[in-house]
Design a protein around this ligand. Structure first.
Ligand code: AMP
Length: 199
């Protein structure tokens, strides 16, 4: 199974990707998680990316494309992968196509979690509250100002990625406003419909 999960920040991509990993034993490839690990480990990429990420802007295409290129060959991706947070620009989508072509692979589906933008700031606030209550560390970019920049980056740079896949008849939209279990069920139906998994 090779999937792309699209959707604005706070749409629930991470939550749904984690559920797909559990059910199908595929690898979640989240460029956000990979970059946060690089920041924590203070690698050269992490040191360069930190400020950009904290502000809510996008890290340069070449950096994230390089990260995905490396990860696609790791043995844990042999059963497939769910790309979460990548591609985020049309240039990244085109580069992904090349990375897959080079390996003789293709995407099974591109799923977009469609959400009402008004709900996103509230979801972010809730995520921060729940993280704090659970004693976890709040993401540096989960603050209203960075979140606004992330939404703007989504509108300007990532929304065209949906159009890119829609134009290739690869895009399936899922109602991301439904309760989490219903979103998961809708994703399952879409995967059965696309013959990615058996019903
Ligand atoms: P996320 O966890 O997906 O919300 O990503 C957190 C931050 O990491 C983003 O706001 C960007 O700064 C950076 N980032 C993650 N994925 C990408 C990507 N595909 N392209 C550029 N920047 C990214």
């Amino acid at each position: 199974m090779r999937l792309v999960l699209l959707g604005p920040p706070g749409a629930g991509k991470g939550t749904q990707a984690a559920r797909l990993v559990e059910r199908h034993g595929v690898q979640q490839l989240s460029t956000g998680d990979i970059l946060r690990a690089a920041v924590a480990a203070k690698t050269p990429i992490g040191l360069k990316a930190k400020e950009i990420m904290d502000a809510g802007a996008l890290v340069p295409d070449a950096v994230v494309i390089g990260l995905i290129d490396e990860r696609l060959d790791s043995p844990d991706c042999a059963k497939g992968f769910i790309l979460d947070g990548f591609p985020r620009t049309v240039a990244q989508a085109e580069a992904l196509q090349q990375l897959l072509d080079r390996r003789g692979l293709s995407l099974d589906a591109v799923l977009e979690l469609a959400v009402d933008e008004g709900a996103l700031v509230e979801r972010m606030r809730k995520r921060v509250e729940e993280t704090v209550a659970a004693g976890g560390a709040v993401r540096a970019d989960d603050n209203p100002e960075s979140f606004k920049t992330r939404l703007e980056a989504y509108r300007a740079q990532t929304a065209p990625v949906s159009a890119h896949y829609a134009g290739r008849s690869q895009l399936t939209k899922i109602d991301g406003m439904a309760p989490i279990d219903e979103v998961s069920a809708a994703i399952d139906r879409a995967l059965v419909g696309a013959a990615v998994v058996r019903g």
